[in-house]
Design a protein around this ligand. Structure first.
Ligand code: PMP
Length: 434
């Protein structure tokens, strides 16, 4: 254990030593640990490391923090709810925070999404979406419709069902291929977000839909493929896929876990395409990055089908379903967002990221720069070792965690122009020195 008379630097080293002995981190190795920094506190857009350094956060804690850390309104919502009830089982009991949140989500979401299943992580919300689709087709007397069609370079989570719809080749899950259901994968769309749409982009998915009769649902991340490459593609593709799904009698699942609640400039990325999916997954930003909470919404067609089926009920029920603390914070966070001029704010961030990252194009290893809303990406021609790039970014006073060939930021919406300037300037200098 740490002793109170350690210096901040010694305290940080002490935490790290114990961490390296015992603690798994995401995608980590005990034999070759990647640079890891003990953090003591977080406030606004700043992380304070245990050794006393502060970093401007460009990651929003994996794209979830909207209003900054340690926000008084969210703190108060959490405190108030904890005085009333931290958790109760959701079977047979219900409560105001969950009902209010569900109603809010239904009101805000694309039209027709009328029913809400509250769970505790993005991956689980994808499992729930997949189970909804399977139960729906079962209820329709079409149990053979039990495969999913996903996009190459897609990412939907780390649980087994979610893994099965992650890109099987470039994804992180090839090790488990023997244990996961084989799904169908269409080529990812090549047309960029704001470029003209090339109808050839649809050939692959149309061919699969036309030739495979066992597809229950298409699952995609509308407009931005996140962890599979930070690729922003044409909303027309999403619109056309909706048409194809209807034509071939297949459900459409929109995974808005990364894009939901404003990140792309619309409240939901589906709005760029002006479509409603049959099922939609939300997570990450739901509580403004405070707690673990996710939601799967579906339309009445899906919920009616499920409830009229053999089982008569939807077969899922996690212990922490509808956690009141998380729901209360989600309500406060969504209210905060809606009370702000968030559209203009995201447009400001978009413009700042473009201005700050475009100069990276001239750097030796940069092959592309992409910005959409509060997402900025610099793609390199190689994947630098974490040990090479991470300490350099930290030395710049910024928290940016690259993956593979991508150096990207998704800052909290409260990041000021000065913060964004520090983030993009730091990236420019670090990438320039590679
Ligand atoms: N879907 C998408 C689009 C995601 O970006 C993520 C997380 N990166 C997930 C699903 C999985 O969410 P979680 O990590 O909360 O399980």
């Amino acid at each position: 254990m740490s002793s109170p008379n350690l210096t901040p630097a010694e305290h940080a080293r002490n935490i790290l030593e114990r961490d390296r002995a015992h603690v798994w981190h995401p995608y980590s190795s005990f034999l070759a640990p990647s640079p890891t920094y003990p953090v003591a506190s977080a406030n606004g857009v700043r992380l304070t490391l245990t050794d006393g350094r502060t970093l401007i956060d460009g990651m929003s804690s994996w794209w979830s923090v909207l209003h900054g850390y340690n926000h008084p309104t969210l703190n108060q919502a959490l405190l108030d709810q904890s005085q009333a009830m931290s958790h109760v089982m959701f079977g047979g009991l219900t409560h105001e925070p969950a009902v209010t949140l569900s109603q809010k989500l239904v009101q805000l979401s694309p039209e027709g999404l009328n029913k809400v299943f509250l769970s505790d992580s993005g991956s689980v919300s994808v499992e729930v979406a997949m189970k909804m689709a399977l139960q729906y087709w079962h209820s329709q007397g079409r149990p053979e419709k039990n495969r999913f069609l996903a996009l190459k370079n897609g990412y939907h989570g780390d649980t087994f069902g979610a893994m099965s719809v992650c890109d099987p080749v470039t994804g992180m899950h090839h090790l488990f291929a023997q244990n996961i259901t084989q799904q169908y994968f269409a080529e990812r769309p090549q047309s960029r977000f704001s470029a003209a749409f090339d109808p050839k982009d649809l050939d692959s998915i149309r061919h699969l839909l036309a030739t495979k009769t066992d597809i229950a649902a298409v699952i995609l991340e509308p407009v931005v493929q996140g962890a599979g490459g930070m690729w922003m593609y044409s909303p027309t593709y999403v619109r056309e896929v909706r048409v194809l799904c209807d034509q071939y009698d297949v459900l459409l699942i929109a995974d808005e876990i990364a894009t939901g609640l404003g990140r792309t400039g619309k409240l939901f990325a589906c709005e760029h395409a002006n479509i409603s999916p049959d099922i939609m997954c939300l997570g990450k930003t739901l509580t403004g990055g405070y707690m673990t909470l996710a939601a799967t919404l579906c339309n009445d067609k899906v919920s009616d089908g499920i409830c009229q089926g053999d089982a008569g009920v939807f077969m899922h029920g996690p212990t922490f379903m509808g956690n009141p603390l998380a729901c209360a914070v989600a309500n406060a966070s969504i209210d905060l967002l809606l009370a702000s001029d968030w559209q203009s704010n995201i447009a400001r961030i978009d413009q700042q990221l473009k201005q700050g990252l475009e100069p990276c194009r001239e750097l030796e290893h940069v092959v592309d720069v992409r910005v959409l809303g509060a997402i900025g990406v610099v793609e390199l021609d190689y994947a630098p070792a974490m040990a090479e790039i991470q300490p350099a970014l930290v030395d710049e006073g910024i928290w940016v965690r690259p993956f593979g060939k991508l150096v990207y930021i998704m800052p909290p919406y409260v990041a000021t122009n000065q913060d964004l300037h520090a983030l993009t300037g730091g990236i420019f200098r670090v990438v320039g020195a590679l």
